[in-house]
Write a new protein. Structure first.
Length: 181
């Protein structure tokens, strides 16, 4: 319950004024998101910016499969919403100390750094803003269970995300010309 309130507070402060919609579902995997996109989730809306944060729940998949799933989602978004700019959030570290899931998330992020620049209208936002300390640990101040964010953790992630969204919402002269036409 506390986690939901923390999410709500930062959402209310930063994203509600933007008339943002949240389609996230706890426990989602890339396969779930692809299915929903293929079955109409983005119909009847025309977002300017789409934020995609998916992949950490793909436990049974390799890093290559997770990155491939994210890439497939982005390609489908580009097809369904060609006007939208997409922000892909990098995966956060998992666990208090170094472990295989944390290593896999880091591999996914590295693969995304390689493949995303080749895709149109997409930007990677690396959200690992100091979550891992010099001794390799993650603090309960950022992730109360070493997976889910605290209010401080949400602030570390959401404030830079908000800044990037605001930059992307500023129309370039070319975009203004298209809007006026």
């Amino acid at each position: 319950m506390v986690q939901l309130l923390q999410q709500y507070e930062i959402w209310r402060e930063l994203f509600s004024p933007l008339h943002a919609l949240n389609f996230g579902i706890g426990g989602d995997t890339t396969r779930h998101v692809l299915w929903r996109l293929q079955n109409g989730e983005l119909e009847n809306i025309k977002p300017k910016v789409i934020v995609l944060w998916i992949g950490t729940n793909n436990h049974e998949n390799t890093a290559e499969e997770v990155a491939g799933g994210i890439e497939a989602i982005i390609k489908l978004i580009n097809t369904l919403q060609p006007q939208a700019k997409t922000i892909v959030m990098g995966l956060l570290p998992r666990g208090e100390k170094p472990n295989p899931p944390r290593e896999k998330n880091a591999q996914v992020n590295q693969l995304l750094r390689s493949c995303l620049p080749r895709l149109p209208r997409v930007q990677l936002l690396d959200v690992d803003f100091g979550f891992v300390h010099s001794d390799g640990t993650v603090s309960r101040n950022d992730m109360f269970d070493f997976l889910h964010l605290t209010a401080a953790g949400y602030a570390k992630v959401c404030r830079p995300l908000h800044e990037l969204i605001m930059q992307l919402l500023e129309e370039t002269p070319e975009e203004k010309q298209v809007t006026l036409a």
